[in-house]
Design a binder for this molecule. Structure first.
Ligand code: UTP
Length: 235
């Protein structure tokens, strides 16, 4: 049985507060992954981050076409992926797959594969779950800018509680309670959007959502240390 893993590297981690590219974080992350001997396949799905949101905002000013907004988000996530590919050098597959066919070809080379979005109407979290399902990955790790999933929005409510363990049904309840009209707009897909939930429900993937603000938690998880970090979602 092959052992595969998918990591979503949230776009928020690629850029520092001022909007400059966070070279240090990218290098630290790539150095951790590069020399791995535990997995047969590693796929990194890169988000769009601030730059994608800036482009989406501008496009929305010019046209009310959400598909165009999504398309630019996808393009930026692919450009962001190139940063990781460049850092990984010969450890990474040199092209960014734009479909599952391309991913299949990339995977058989045993290189680390880095990709961004695939089609409009979803987020890179949806892509990460699709890839995890496709590869029957043992786990999907989502690295983002919050500590995990909370019972309510931690940016709005001081008393929001971090949920350590969730099953698919309880996650669905939280998403429905939290969802607003903006949930499905380009650039606004939340940490876990409705499309992602639907794919997750049929996939059986175990998902860990952890903060990538500093990579200590990720390091422990990556090294298989028994740690209680972030939120773990199981069936
Ligand atoms: P994300 O919103 O998923 O990137 O993709 P992100 O910045 O990493 O998100 P967070 O901060 O970690 O949650 C950027 C945008 O690209 C479009 C969407 O508009 C999305 O908001 N996109 C991405 C698609 O339309 N389809 C995809 O498959 C992926």
């Amino acid at each position: 049985m092959t052992k595969n893993i998918v990591i979503k590297f949230g776009g928020s981690l690629l850029f520092s507060e001022g909007g400059t590219i966070n070279y240090k974080k990218i290098t630290e992350f790539c150095d951790l992954i590069k020399n791995d001997k535990n997995y047969d396949s590693i796929v990194i799905v890169c988000g769009g981050g601030k730059i994608a949101r800036q482009y989406i905002k501008a496009i929305r000013e010019f046209t009310e076409n959400e598909i165009l907004c999504d398309m630019i988000g996808i393009d930026i996530s692919r450009i962001n992926s190139r940063l990781i590919v460049a850092n990984m050098k010969e450890f990474a597959y040199p092209q960014v797959p734009e479909s599952f066919e391309e991913l299949s070809k990339a995977i058989i080379t045993s290189k680390i594969v880095v990709m961004g979005g695939l089609q409009p109407g979803q987020s890179t979290t949806s892509v990460a779950i699709q890839v995890a399902e496709f590869l029957k990955a043992a786990r999907l790790i989502i690295l983002t800018d919050v500590d995990g999933i909370y019972d309510k929005d931690p940016k709005v409510f001081d008393d929001a509680k971090l949920l350590r363990e969730l099953n698919y049904d309880s996650l669905q309840k939280i998403i429905l309670e939290m969802s607003e009209d903006t949930q499905a707009a380009a650039g606004e897909y939340r940490i876990f959007d409705a499309v992602s939930l639907q794919i997750l429900k049929r996939s059986n993937v175990v998902v860990s959502i952890i903060s990538g603000s500093n990579l200590d938690q990720f390091k422990k998880l990556w090294n298989n240390e028994k740690v209680n970090v972030g939120t773990t979602i199981t069936k």
